[in-house]
Design a protein around this ligand. Structure first.
Ligand code: ZN
Length: 457
């Protein structure tokens, strides 16, 4: 049994004082006491504690090209030209390099306050497109990287078959991604077995997009796998994708998805940037989580999601760092709010009638939605959940004098990452004073991969 004591903790119904968490042997919270003085048997947390944030959408290898493609080469630069650079990086990585990138990225995530991650994993095969002798090789490498870093992980192996709507054949640049349904199910089984022995790992199901799969394939996969696994899919990220879907089906992508597939609360739609009123109403009715990735969506010029309207209709919104152009909980949430301010010309958009503090509303709703969308028992400090915790720095100049209600605003809108003092996963300290014990070694292994993939003459 571990006992953690903190002067302040953000519980589901607000800040509590003098809180003791009783953890079981797996680092899950068994019981919470409030208004109790610390005792000798307690481990003291060094500041106010929050639930750790869930990163609902990650392609870890894409960190390689973060900040690499922001050079104007063509006036029509867009998501699609960025994707060419992403494909080149995906084709260049061997398994060791892939694992090195994942480990470095997961450590950076922990330092940023993300305590678990949904890895939307679609690079499966060898660089020539042939399966690895062990077909799940790269997924297993991502799990190993997660083990080494200490982060919680939801492995979301991706079914990817086609290059465009209407089952168009894949392009050569997509050769590492491609499975048929039987091979996908075998991959899923291998990764599921690998997660069974890992206490912080869970499984989900992922379909790359409506461009890359068909309703028949999705239906077969869903029928073959357990009905309680989360289901993730990219949808309506880009206007050209909406146009292509209209041309193919006569419907917009979210409308088509809602009409043709059993979307419900176990689904997580990534992006859903482009919605008309009918689609927005459909999402509110069917109840999927929406995984927004504001810094990636901004970097790629996707557009600004109708987040305020979704939140207003109780659609749960989670956050992901996706391409990892930014690895910062504060920046991701800040841009979620700022996008709505820029569009509306008004301030303080992501609130609720019963929660006027923007930072607290953004943070707590994203943590809870992320937990639901990844099947991780996290997102709140409450009995039954894993003790994934983030401890703010009580000495930060912006936080030291502020009352509890202002802490998250001060952190998220102003102080940024420096305000994170400690990060814990399942009760164990993984980042202390900004330091992760393996960060330097992992960065050293990342550098040559960057050099070889991007900068070799
Ligand atoms: Zn993505």
């Amino acid at each position: 049994m571990t006992r953690l004591h903190c002067s302040d903790a953000l519980l589901p119904d607000g800040w509590a004082r003098d809180v003791r968490l009783h953890l079981d042997a797996n680092g899950h919270i068994e019981r919470i006491e409030t208004d109790v003085a610390a005792e000798a048997a307690d481990e003291r947390l060094p500041g106010p504690a929050l639930p750790g944030m869930v990163n609902v959408h990650s392609h870890a290898f894409q960190r390689l090209i973060a900040g690499y493609t922001d050079i104007a080469e063509d006036p029509t630069d867009s998501f699609w030209s960025w994707r060419e650079a992403m494909y080149r990086a995906a084709l260049a990585l061997d398994a060791d390099a892939f694992e090195a990138v994942c480990r470095h990225v997961y450590i950076e995530m922990l330092r940023a306050g993300y305590t678990s991650v949904g890895e939307f994993h679609y690079v499966h095969h060898q660089p020539d497109g042939q399966p690895y002798p062990q077909a799940a090789e790269l997924g297993l490498r991502a799990l190993r990287a997660a083990d080494a870093s200490g982060i919680g992980v939801s492995m979301l192996p991706v079914l990817y078959r086609h290059s465009g709507f209407g089952a168009q054949p894949p392009t050569p640049g997509q050769r590492r991604f491609i499975h048929d349904v039987d091979a996908y199910l075998a991959l899923h089984a291998a990764l599921e077995e690998a997660t069974r022995s890992r206490p912080r790992a869970t499984m989900g199901i992922a379909f790359h997009s409506l461009r890359a799969t068909t309703a028949a394939d999705i239906t077969r996969v869903l029928a073959a796998l357990p009905g309680d696994l989360p289901v993730h899919i990219h949808v309506a990220e880009q206007q050209p994708e909406v146009d292509a879907c209209l041309e193919w089906s006569g419907q917009r992508p979210v409308a088509w998805l809602l009409d043709n597939l059993p979307v419900d609360g176990r689904w997580c739609l990534i992006h859903a940037t482009h919605l008309d009123d009918h689609e927005l109403a459909g999402l509110a009715e069917r109840g999927p989580v929406i995984g927004l990735c504001p810094t990636t969506e901004a970097n790629l010029g996707d557009g600004i999601a109708r987040a305020e309207e979704m939140a207003g209709r109780a659609v749960p919104l989670a956050i992901g760092s996706d391409s990892h152009v930014s690895l910062s909980v504060s920046e991701e949430l800040r841009w979620l709010e700022y996008g709505q301010r820029l569009v509306s010309g008004r301030r303080n958009r992501m609130t609720r009638p019963d929660q006027a503090i923007v930072g607290e509303q953004l943070y707590m709703s994203a943590a809870e939605a992320g937990a639901r969308a990844t099947g991780q028992p996290v997102g709140r400090i409450e009995a039954g959940r894993r003790a994934d915790l983030l401890v703010l720095d009580p000495d930060d100049p912006l936080l030291a004098a502020c009352p509890p209600a202002h802490r998250l605003n001060r952190w998220l809108f102003a102080a940024g990452e420096r305000a994170i003092r400690q990060v814990r996963v399942a009760g164990a300290t993984v980042v202390d004073d900004g330091h992760h014990p393996q960060a330097a070694e992992a960065a050293e292994a990342f550098h040559p991969v960057c050099r070889d993939v991007l900068y070799r003459e």
